[in-house]
Design a protein around this ligand. Structure first.
Ligand SMILES: NC(=O)c1ccc[n+]([C@@H]2O[C@H](COP(=O)([O-])OP(=O)(O)OC[C@H]3O[C@@H](n4cnc5c(N)ncnc54)[C@H](OP(=O)(O)O)[C@@H]3O)[C@@H](O)[C@H]2O)c1
Length: 309
């Protein structure tokens, strides 16, 4: 019985060390050291290559070293009845909220406009708007989006949120479903995207829906690149519909050097760093799930494969 660690990031050694501490009795192997595939009972993965998980006949659960499971679900050979357990928060919510706050304040306090003025040595004052007069919207009110919405509301912003199922959150105007999306988008001067990438959300922010935003809105995408149609985003920036975009995620990562987003004057690019999984918190969460399963329990909070998140 052992655990397979499949993580193409360069912090695999840190994960292995953290697991050794919390699960000293369970050997952790890699694909190179694993021996008999039948020995593997649990797989702990980040963006595994398609096919890898289908080779393990005695697998009982797959643990994802992050919040988004789009990298796992694209694997057509994924065994159908094995539960997929994702990390919940694991230190990510605070970081995601910091990133969202940075983006919100950047546009709310006109730092984009002042940067342009500075380049022209132009000492122009713009009127400061009250946070309460600034409608900010959060798309996706899950573990991460709900934290963003709550903290923005705490700072006094006029916050709304949108999710698949109806929600009630203190001080947040909640919209849901396809019927609620136009009403939601039409009030977002700053839109923060915190949706998972699924069959339903891929390409969701296209020209038609971007047009529902108020003129001059700003976009913060800290979730997944393909949620936004890149060509439509560029057109909306060029045409002035959007005032700017803070982007952490892209269709292709790393963002190719010749992609126009790198040099676009209205775009800020960061290299998918909005939140990084905290290794110790992640390992502790997964260890607790494995112990529960070893004692005959079911894993908690598994991914709903039909919904894709
Ligand atoms: N850039 C980074 O560094 C980074 C780091 C971590 C995560 N992420 C991304 O952030 C995403 C969100 O993470 P999370 O932990 O907050 O996810 P989560 O807890 O699964 O929440 C997802 C939210 O999106 C809503 N949603 C899903 N499909 C929808 C649809 N078709 N229409 C409307 N709303 C929909 C859900 O609605 P319900 O509440 O009704 O289910 C839920 O509120 C992850 O999937 C990942 O891609 C990025």
């Amino acid at each position: 019985l052992s655990i397979l660690l499949y993580n193409k990031l360069d912090n695999a050694d840190r994960w292995r060390a953290a697991f050794q501490e919390v699960l000293p009795d369970l050997p952790m192997v890699t694909r190179e050291t694993m021996g008999e595939p039948g020995e593997i009972r649990y797989a702990v993965v980040w963006q595994p290559e398609p096919g890898v998980l289908g080779e393990l006949p005695n697998l009982r659960a797959i643990f994802n070293l992050g919040a988004g499971v789009d990298g796992i679900l694209r694997d057509a050979s994924l065994p159908a009845d094995i539960p997929i357990v994702r990390l919940r928060d694991a230190g990510m919510a605070t970081q995601i909220t910091e990133y969202a706050l940075y983006g919100t304040l950047h546009y709310h306090r006109d730092f984009d406009r002042y940067a342009g003025f500075q380049r022209a040595a132009d000492w122009t004052e713009l009127p400061n708007r009250r946070a309460g007069d600034r409608p900010v919207g959060v798309m996706g009110l899950g573990v991460l989006g709900a934290d963003v919405a709550a903290k923005l509301a705490m700072l006094g912003f006029d916050v709304s949120g949108w999710s698949r199922s109806p929600k009630t959150l203190p001080d947040v105007s909640c919209f849901h479903g396809d019927d609620g999306v136009q009403a939601f988008l039409s009030r977002c001067e700053i839109l923060i995207v915190a949706l998972p990438l699924t069959d339903d959300t891929r390409g969701f922010l296209d020209a038609r829906r971007i047009a529902w935003l108020p003129d001059g809105a700003a976009l913060v995408n800290l979730a997944r690149g393909p949620l936004v149609v890149e060509a439509d985003l560029l057109a909306a920036l060029e045409g002035g519909k959007l005032r700017g975009a803070l982007l952490d995620v892209f269709n292709e990562e790393p963002l190719p050097a010749d992609n126009p987003l790198w040099r676009h004057p209205k775009v800020i690019v960061t290299p998918h760093i909005a939140a990084q999984t905290r290794v110790r918190e992640g390992a502790a969460q997964i260890a607790a799930e494995i112990r529960r399963m070893e004692e005959g329990g079911a894993p908690s909070q598994t991914v709903d494969r039909s919904l894709g998140y």
